[in-house]
Design a protein around this ligand. Sequence first.
Ligand code: GLP
Length: 253
Amino acid sequence: MDIFIRANAQEVGETAAGVIAPFVKQGRTIGLATGSSPLTTYKELIRLYEDGDLSFRTIQAFLLDEYVGLSREDVNSYFKTIRNEFTAHVDFVDSNVHSPDSTDPDPYHAAALYEEKISASGVAIQLLGVGVNGHIGFNEPTSALQGPTKVQALHPQTIKDNARFFNSLEEVPTHAMTQGLGTITRAENIVLVATGMAKADAIWGIVEGPLTAMCPGSVLQLHPNVTIVVDEAAASRLEHADYYRTMEQLKLR
Ligand code: GLP
């Protein structure tokens, strides 16, 4: 695991975009995440596109997750969110951006289809945020560490955290479809971004805590190509932060 500690959210985004950009240049398939954490990464990828350094014209992308019951046109659907925040600002072809199908009346069927689609394609690099309780995608605590794409009932904490995007707590969907922890960790490379004090416990759990389904992100400890990019606040519970800074300086490539 590479752990890069940065001064602020903008630098986190610049570093994460720097990890992703070479895969885009090679035309590889990327995995996208919604949430506020990846926004500075998207901003930097958009800047690279505007400067003529990157093109997404032939890139395939897979989203991590989607709410059950929200139409694709709903502003809070992840289908819509990823377009508004990222893919519509670059030269992505809309039909190359894939997500679990919230229009399928049977979310279990949609989840199984999505698993098949990702398995057939493979993902070269997956971008991740993390929930306050350590969830990645929408894999809440107790998720199977090697599980496939599934329908997940959302933890009350997650519903509370995500209520800020809706008019009321009651409007937040109770269920989501999410790539499983097994699906996510089949990506060849993973880059996880987190900022702010609210994520400090989750980052401790992922980097220094035990491997446990109670902190789903800790499954990344099993993956050989993981980069964690955090700001000082999100890194504030890490006991070995100085070691990580030294290791970054010693890195050969
Ligand atoms: C949601 C998403 C996650 C995201 C998390 C944190 O639960 N399913 O993929 O990492 O929110 O969101 P934020 O980055 O806004 O804190």
